[in-house]
Write a protein that binds this ligand. Structure first.
Ligand code: 5RP
Length: 223
């Protein structure tokens, strides 16, 4: 099975977690795009979605699904999103699509995080994938030195040769060289550094369930 087929499989499997009559929280990325495509079939059974990015909002609307502002709605029953890495406790690295801040907000607003991922995303220790950190641009050089002091190498993410600008008007630092044995401690510490908007470690907003796409089918992991 190709990676694309695995993503389609878990995108469809996630429909089982959508609660009829309830607004669903929707993440960002190529796996979530498969979920949105599948969700179109259920659009008459849900009031709509809260989206974590401009890209997902466009795709949801194109599928005929109403998109609500996060401030218009209360707690959500479920948030469905992908991950760049997920460990055995359901902690994740996210932000490969630069949507980490809104993803964390919608995840925090939701009772249950259902992660959809192909098997390549499962790791023992987080950190092989560069940790995305959304930052205020004026703090970039200082934060780069802070990460160097903990053994990491931070680089500003580029798009078309320029610093990528997120949906929130900020920049992304991608940090390599870190092995996150204690993702909770890392998330707490980095979150407090001035200039950090959001760190792409989801230990506090970790997954409750992961639907993992494997060549043998969908494995359901609970944490
Ligand atoms: C976007 C994310 C994505 O969920 C993550 O990058 C996984 O993406 P994909 O499903 O395309 O592999 O965190 O900010």
């Amino acid at each position: 099975m190709t990676q694309d087929e695995l993503k389609t499989m878990v995108g469809q499997a996630a429909l089982a977690y959508v609660v009829p009559g309830e607004i669903v929280g929707v993440g960002t990325g190529s796996t979530v795009n498969k979920f949105i495509d599948a969700l179109a079939a259920l659009k008459d059974r849900i009031p709509g979605a809260v989206s974590s990015s401009e890209a997902s909002t466009l795709r949801l609307r194109a599928a005929g699904i109403q998109v609500y502002d996060a401030n218009e709605v209360g707690e959500l029953a479920v948030y469905i999103d992908g991950a760049d890495e997920i460990d055995g406790r359901g902690c994740m690295i996210k932000g490969g699509g630069a949507a980490l801040t809104r993803e964390k907000i919608v995840a925090a607003q939701s009772r249950r995080f259902v992660c959809i991922a192909d098997a390549s995303k499962q790791v023992e220790v987080l950190g092989r994938f560069p940790v995305p950190v959304e930052v205020i641009p004026m703090a970039t050089a200082h934060l780069t030195r802070q990460f160097a002091a903990m053994g990491g190498t931070a680089r500003v993410r580029l798009r078309d040769g320029q610093a990528l600008v997120t949906d929130n008007g900020q920049h992304i630092l991608d940090v390599t060289g870190l092995a996150l044995k204690d993702p909770w401690a890392f998330e707490s510490e980095v979150n407090q550094w001035p200039g950090v908007v959001t760190v792409g470690v989801f230990a506090r907003q970790k997954a409750a369930v992961c639907l993992l796409g494997t060549s043998e089918g969908v494995r359901t992991l609970t944490y």
